[in-house]
Design a protein around this ligand. Sequence first.
Ligand code: PXL
Length: 290
Amino acid sequence: MYANKVKKIAAVHDLSGVGRVSLTVVIPVLSSMGFQVCPLPTAILSNHTQYPDFTFLDLTDEMPRIISEWTRLGFQFDAFYTGYLGSPRQVQVVCDFIDDFRRNDSLVVVDPVLGDNGKLYTNFDATMVQQMRQLITKADVITPNMTELFYLLGEPHKEKNTDEELKHYLRHLSDMGPEIVIITSVPVLSDSHKTSVYAYNRQGNRYWKVTCPYLPAHYPGTGDTFTSVITGALMQGDSLPIALDRATQFILQGIRATFGYEYDNREGILLEKVLHNLDMPIQSSSYELI
Ligand code: PXL
C-alpha cells in the first residue's frame, strides 16, 4: 500500500507576493505543523487585492495541465485545501480534481473566500458566489466568515445574530454537504471587546462556541491562517473544539505580536514572530458547547 511518509496537502490558493495571504501563509503554517504542502496555484498576484492596485495572472488554463501531470506521476494526497480562486471556471476544475484524487479517508477543506466586511473582494461577482456554493458541496469542512456566510446562504448581510440564528445558519450550510461548518469573526452582542467562532459537527450533532478578546484592527490573511491551523489540527487528530481553540489562540497571538507597532495593517499579522508557537500545547481552553 502506498503511503505518504509525511502527509501531503494539495493547497489550491493564489500566490500573492506581498500582504501575507493565501499560499504565503498556508505553506509556513502547515509546514510548521509537519505537513508537506503541494500548491496548485490559482493565480499569481503582485500583492493581495485589498491594495488599490495589483497585477493578476489567472492560472485557470494551467491547472488542468498540472493535475494531469500529477495523475500521470501517481501522486496521492491526504488532504485537499482550497481558498482564493482565480476565476469561477476553476470551480469545475477543482471539483473534478477532488473527485478523481480523494480517497475514503481524505480530508477536504474549503475556505469559501469571497469577501469581508459585508462586501465581495475586488474581482468577484455573483457568478463566483454561485460557483462557490457548488464547491462547498464537496467539502468535509468549510470556514466562512460572516460576509461569506450570508453570500452562501443568499441572504442579506445581518450584523446582529442570536445563538439560535447562528445555529440555524450552521445547520443550513451543513445540509449543503459539509459535515463540519465553522463561522469565523462573529461579533459578541453583549461585549464589543470580544469576538466568537461558532461551529457545528453533524457527526454527534453538536454546536461549539469559542470566544476571545477582540483587538480593533483588521489584518488581511487572518482567515487563511485560521483555516490552515484548523486543517493541520484536524489532520493531526485534534477534536473539533481543540482545533478551534488552537486556531483562535494562534490568531490572537499573531494579532498581539503585531498590534503594538505602527504598521501598515495591509501587510497582515507578523506571522514570522509567532510561527514557533504552533509547536506548543494550547495554553487555556475556552470552548463551550451551545
Ligand atoms: O485572504 C484572502 C485573500 C486571498 N487572496 C487574495 C486576496 C485575499 C483577500 O483580500 O486579495 C489575492
